[in-house]
Design a protein around this ligand. Sequence first.
Ligand code: 13P
Ligand code: SF4
Length: 361
Amino acid sequence: MASRTRPAVDPVALSEDAVSDRILVLKALLGPDALILAHHYQRDAVVAVADVVGDSLRLARAAAAATARHIVFCGVRFMAETAAILTAPDQAVYLAEASAGCSMADMASVDALEAAWADLAAARAGTILPVAYVNSTAALKAFVGRHGGLACTSANAVKALSWVLSQGAKAFFFPDEHLGRIAALELGLPASALAVWDRDKAHGGLDARAMDAAQVYLWNGYCVVHQMFEPGDAATWREKEPGIRVIVHPECSLDVLREADAYGSTETLARMVDTAPAGSKWAVGTEINLVARLAGRNPDKLVVSLSPHQALCANMYRTRPRSVLRVLEAVAAGAPPPAVRVDPALAGQARLALDRMLACA
Ligand code: 13P
Ligand code: SF4
């Protein structure tokens, strides 16, 4: 491989434009050997060099279908882990910024889930299947796989929950309380059938009667970014811009979701705006990089953030074109950086959860 390229260039020494140009040179050189996947929340300059841009579901599908030996993932760790689990052993997935995590994924550890599971068994709460939002660690997905449950994304949480309930089982949904709640309500369950599992309290803060009565348990994790959208934001925009449509991501709280005209995954939100007629107006409740990009590429529409606050995902923002270039330089020089590694025993179990998701999505 080393003979295929000139000596590696130090990205730090290059201007932003030169970094992007060099990425394109290396992509041409590596051809089908390299694939760059990027989430919608990435910076514009990263999105510009990506081969596939999407929500978690689209990126998981792209990884599962990929034939490239080297996959550079521009997003956060749980997404790159998912890609690593769905690819073959001779493929490598590199997280462009290795430190990019997700605070929601950190809110549910496998030990805490094991303890909750034991509590429910002791309370004889019935047959329960776990549902892991993909914003979770590989260890948690493995927990789900070995307990017969499945993973889901914001695009297919309703289908995943429906799959569990159709088997006559209760569901334990984690880590995102808000996505789990809206999916359950969407399926027609009454609020009284939902029990919040408080991760800071013994036995989730539930007594045996409450454990028995619930049909869906909701782990009380959340996304810090999507909690910036508040009830009242929609009314403010509707007063300022009559006719504006309010659309939000399902990680927002129920009160915000109820005030919106529609909700959906990042891909769904982007499609709604991109395919809307000229002159339409949109207040979008999701991460600011995506909202700003939608505004930029739809100059014939009004596209604004639903929130007056800067709803930025600092973890997504860590990745810069330089991060991508560093990986590509190393790959082209024949000395790739460490790939995302998931313990093979866990990966096999996690794959069961992801395959069930892809089959029912
Ligand atoms: P999507 O799958 O809708 O892109 O959401 C991922 C995410 O982390 C949102 O905060
Ligand atoms: Fe995680 Fe929230 Fe960032 Fe999505 S926006 S990656 S849920 S911290």
